[in-house]
Ligand binder design. Structure first.
Ligand SMILES: Nc1ncnc2c1ncn2[C@@H]1O[C@H](COP(=O)(O)OP(=O)(O)OP(=O)(O)O)[C@@H](O)[C@H]1O
Length: 263
């Protein structure tokens, strides 16, 4: 396991609101993550979770600090050039997929990301059979729906396809952005279990934003608590093993209270 596979060194980002007020989206974030580690990110609204992901994808550039992934400084690498190494699954099942295109076309698009060869050449029977076999392991009968436009799939099926698309090229970093929160509890549980299987089987270094404290405890190797752009707390694996969900809920309530008193 490579230590310090992902390193954030003193990463800060300031925003200016329309009112002219300055807000610290991220303040001096320093964090080292091992290859294959799963980090659960929790925090109240406005804590900086999305800003953190946006700096990792390259959607925004930090004002200060650096980000190293697999020994490469990616701080200033544009989003489009990071697309094949940093993958993100969004909360909304329709984001990250082309809804009118078929399941097969979407999967082939994902497997071609960052490569030069065109999509049309790859839409052949051989690739289709390979893809059918690949997705049959998820037991959702999706291999029988390869020709269906993505928009006709259920939310859970779409999130499964989004996950397959995000992991098909084995990204160096996988970002899960509340990816089960739009699903009903039963489907959310299934998708979370599938996610864990994909991530552990492929040893994917993963950051997962979640509001489900039980998922943070169950699946996180560490839990990072963000508050007002800063790291408020980090729970190690040992600490997580004796952590009660109630404790995390209380912590969240306390942080909301601090914010309310400050404003
Ligand atoms: N483009 C922007 N312009 C101005 N302020 C911004 C911008 N993006 C984020 N912010 C501010 O930065 C802070 C962190 O926002 P961020 O969206 O990262 O929080 P979050 O933890 O993802 O919150 P939520 O759970 O509500 O999505 C907030 O105060 C937010 O209002």
């Amino acid at each position: 396991m490579t230590e310090n596979y992902l390193e954030l060194n003193h990463v800060s980002k300031v925003f200016q609101r329309r009112t002219g007020d300055i807000v610290k989206g991220l303040e001096d974030i320093t964090l080292s993550i091992k290859q294959g580690e799963i980090i659960a990110i929790i925090g109240t609204n406005g804590a900086g979770k999305s800003t953190l992901f946006n700096t990792l994808t390259g959607y925004i550039e930090p004002d200060e600090g650096s980000i190293l992934l697999n020994n490469t400084d990616i701080t200033k690498i544009p989003q489009i050039k990071r697309a094949s190494i940093v993958a993100r699954v969004f909360q909304n099942p329709s984001m990250g997929t082309a809804p009118r295109m078929s399941v097969f076309e979407n999967l082939m698009l994902a497997s071609k990301r960052g490569k030069k060869r065109g999509l049309s050449l790859s839409l052949n029977a051989e690739n289709k059979a390979e893809m059918a076999e690949y997705i049959s392991q998820f037991n959702l009968d999706l291999e029988k729906r390869l020709d269906l436009p993505i928009e006709y799939l259920s939310g859970g099926q779409r999130q499964t396809i989004s996950l397959v698309m995000a992991t098909i090229q084995k990204p160096q970093l996988l970002l899960l952005d509340e990816h089960t929160s739009a699903l009903d509890p039963r489907t959310a549980k299934q998708v979370m279990e599938m996610t864990h299987k994909m991530v552990t089987e492929n040893n994917l270094t993963t950051l997962m934003i979640t509001h489900h404290m039980q998922d943070a405890i169950k699946y996180g190797d560490r839990i990072v608590v963000l508050h007002q752009g800063k790291i408020a707390n980090v729970y190690s694996k040992e600490e997580i093993s004796s952590l009660e969900i109630g404790h995390l809920h209380e912590l969240m309530e306390k942080l909301v209270e601090i914010e309310a008193n400050a404003s």
